[in-house]
Design a protein around this ligand. Structure first.
Ligand SMILES: [Zn+2]
Length: 276
């Protein structure tokens, strides 16, 4: 909106411009007057009817100039009006990209509407290590992504030998299938994660199962299918690894980070798990 303000000022200034132009028209009237003056010495008679006619002519010209000025001002006002109407009907891209603000109620509503079935998971085959003490939920902080892309990024950019730092990635329909649970090498081979470093407890990655949901939940909501898969996966891991509800946490509960985003209300997820 700040961008609009100078426009208004500009628009407010420009009627002043033509007003200056009005000054110019009165200047234009003066040259009209000077021929009258220069005409006077030529026609020595200078009788009053002729002066009256000249005066009337001058007044007519001034009137015409004023009428034109009115038109110009009217055009500018209509232009400014149309300009604002345009932005009212077609808001600029800036305001268009401002993300919708989601609330706890939005998240709860999505949890209530979970798809009933989740495809029979391939995660059941593993024989989990007894060292897992907690589950840490993450978002990828990207709008889209595939497990292969995250794996490549962690392997090549972060130079992690075992690649993908999470044990599981849940797709959101952009890159991976919506609700698809990808099982990482670190889960298949029961390796330490690489997703919750930097805490006081250096052993966090050795004892924490990492689940990442594709998306940026600072702005968006997880999809219903993602939440359904998360619920099923959490229930599976709780059973398999004997992990209590209190040990299912968000990344931000362990480290100073916004992950997994303000639109994930983990307490609501835990409530659903407790009642299921
Ligand atoms: Zn995280």
């Amino acid at each position: 909106m700040n961008d609009d303000a100078p426009e208004i000022q500009d628009a407010a200034v420009s009627p002043g411009g033509p007003a200056g132009g009005g000054g110019a028209t009165s200047d234009g009237a003066r040259p009209g007057a000077s021929p009258a003056n220069s005409g006077a010495p030529l026609e020595m008679r200078g009788d009053s009817p002729l002066t009256a006619i000249r005066r009337q002519g001058r007044q007519r010209r001034i009137k015409r100039a004023l009428a034109m000025l009115e038109w110009i001002v009217a055009f500018i006002l209509v232009g400014v009006g149309l300009y604002f109407l345009w932005f009212l009907v077609f808001p600029p891209a800036e305001t268009g990209t401002v993300a919708r603000q989601y609330t706890r109620e939005d998240f709860r509503a999505r949890l209530r509407a979970l798809p009933a079935t989740v495809e029979s998971p391939g995660w059941l085959a593993t024989n989990p290590s007894p060292r897992w003490r907690r589950i840490v939920i993450h978002h990828t902080a990207t709008d889209s992504g595939t497990v292969e892309a995250f794996d490549r990024n962690h392997r090549e950019e972060r130079k992690w030998e075992n690649g993908l730092g999470y044990h599981f990635v849940i797709g959101n329909g952009r890159g991976m299938t919506d609700g698809e649970v990808a099982v990482g090498k670190r889960w298949r081979e029961q390796l330490d994660g690489a997703h919750v470093g930097g805490g006081a407890d250096r052993k966090l990655n050795e004892t924490s199962i990492g689940i990442a949901l594709v998306g940026n939940f600072e702005h968006d909501l997880p999809t219903a299918r993602q939440l359904a898969s998360l619920k099923a996966l959490l229930n599976f891991l709780r059973r398999e690894c004997n992990i209590g509800l209190a040990s299912i946490v968000g990344h931000r509960d362990m480290s100073s980070t916004a992950c997994p985003g303000k639109n994930i209300y983990l307490d609501e997820v835990l409530l659903v798990l407790a009642n299921s």
